[in-house]
Design a protein around this ligand. Structure first.
Ligand code: LLP
Length: 412
């Protein structure tokens, strides 16, 4: 559900005109729909309602405190990959006990911080990490819940940069090492193995890779039982894709049915870590056309948002829909929509058919996930404002950064 629609010739999110948002808060500006985030989270919860499950939203997709707060109020758990993300969850009112700490490179101080806040589960990725946890725990004297993140060597058939479940990827424990690591945990009375996990990639548009990975996890589950180790959850990660253009990912109902069918005879809780599915289509990036340039064989619309604001097109050649905020009459031309950053990779869309004038506003759609959260200050550009819309209410949930804020850390 997107909550983005034209009313007459003007683009709205819920009951608010994006023209008004741009004049009030300026551009570039991320705008999110409260209703869309809520509806997406509830759709997952509903689809899995007949099986014991827990949704741990992947904070990295959009980590604004107001977004996390909205999800915490719905009862969501969280998947984090750093102490910083845990601090955000706590600040936003989330429950650390409902947190899965994922990530391939947890530092000692991050582990200490997470133990102190009693995170629900550490998803470990190597023998060295187990040793580190056990070592830290010696001094802290608590019990730690652990899940083994397994690399099932399954091709998620997505962009190589966001595929994580193949042997050549740095993530997870190779299948042939899993049982040894389980024994290692079992031998330590202060570590408790409570689950197994896999996350094979992101923007996955087919069911099959998820099901193949789940099959591998279920084999491990049985092997663990044979060793006398009984776990209580399986975590299938996130990764369910959305349609940015012509992709046809499984619906949440199809995804849930297929997974529940495989799990129906197992006394397990299912953990899900969706990120993109919950927030991607709940957000747009508003940007203004600064200049139209007509070069040889190419028309460029130079806009005020760049790859520092939204890196997905530059990094993954990702397609994001681009819509005019006000529909205008005229014959469309093909434009490359490019930002002001001094890199030729700084584009937001290639060959888009649009009727454009200088000063027009555009919405880069489906940018609620991995948009702001991947933004940077490259070219000393202040990060964009973020606005949350709920019905007819508009709330500035992150003000535009200022240069003083950027310089403060450099202390000159
Ligand atoms: N769980 C783990 C352990 C993850 O590493 C990720 C994402 C998720 C869950 C959430 O996956 P999702 O449901 O959002 O697909 N920046 C890339 C996506 C990177 C995803 C990294 N891991 C992009 O813009 O496409």
């Amino acid at each position: 559900m997107s909550c983005l629609h034209y009313q007459g010739s003007e683009l709205y999110i819920e009951d608010v005109s994006l023209n008004e948002v741009a004049s009030q808060y300026g551009t570039p500006c991320y705008v999110y729909s409260h209703a869309a985030i809520k509806t997406n989270w509830q759709a997952i919860n509903q689809a899995f309602s007949s099986f014991p499950h827990k949704i741990c939203y992947a904070v990295k997709a959009n980590s604004n405190l107001h977004v996390l707060n909205l999800l915490a109020e719905l009862g969501s758990g969280f998947d984090i990959v750093s102490a910083g993300e845990l601090a955000r969850v706590i600040k936003a009112g989330g429950d650390a006990k409902q947190v899965v700490f994922s990530g391939v490179g947890k530092r000692r101080d991050e582990i200490e911080y997470a133990i102190k806040h009693q995170v629900g589960c550490f998803d470990v990725e190597s023998a060295s990490e187990i040793n580190r946890l056990s070592d830290i725990n010696e001094h802290l004297n608590t019990n730690i819940n652990i899940a083994l993140r397994i690399n099932p060597n399954i091709d998620a058939r997505t962009h190589t940069y966001i595929s994580t479940g193949l042997d050549r990827n740095k993530f997870g424990i190779p299948l042939n090492e899993v049982l040894d690591l389980a024994k290692m945990i079992k031998a330590n009375p202060k570590l408790k193995l409570i689950g197994i996990a896999s996350h094979i990639g992101s923007q996955i548009t087919e069911l099959k890779p998820f099901l193949l990975a789940l099959d591998k996890l279920l084999i491990i589950y049985k092997n663990l039982l044979e060793l006398g180790i009984e776990i209580n959850h399986i975590n299938i990660g996130g990764g369910l894709g959305i349609s940015y253009s012509t992709e046809t990912p499984p619906t949440i109902i199809e995804y849930a049915q297929a997974i529940k069918a495989k799990l129906k005879d197992y006394p397990l809780t299912l953990i899900l870590e969706p990120g993109r599915y919950i927030v991607a289509n709940a957000g747009v990036l508003l940007t203004r056309v600064e200049y139209l340039k007509h070069a040889n064989h190419k028309n460029f619309a130079i806009v005020d948002a760049g790859m520092n604001d939204l890196i997905r097109p530059a990094l993954y050649q990702a397609f994001q829909p681009i819509l005019p905020i006000t529909l205008k009459q005229g014959s469309p031309k093909s434009y490359d929509i490019a930002g002001p950053v001094c890199e030729s990779a700084d584009f937001l869309g290639i060959d888009r058919e649009l009727v454009l004038h200088e000063g027009d506003l555009l919405a880069i759609d489906k940018t609620g996930a991995y948009g702001f959260s991947m933004s940077s200050n490259y070219n000393t550009r202040c990060r964009a404002a973020e606005v949350l819309i709920e019905g007819s209410k508009t709330k500035l949930i992150r003000r535009r950064e200022t240069l003083d804020e950027l310089f403060a850390a450099e202390n000159l």
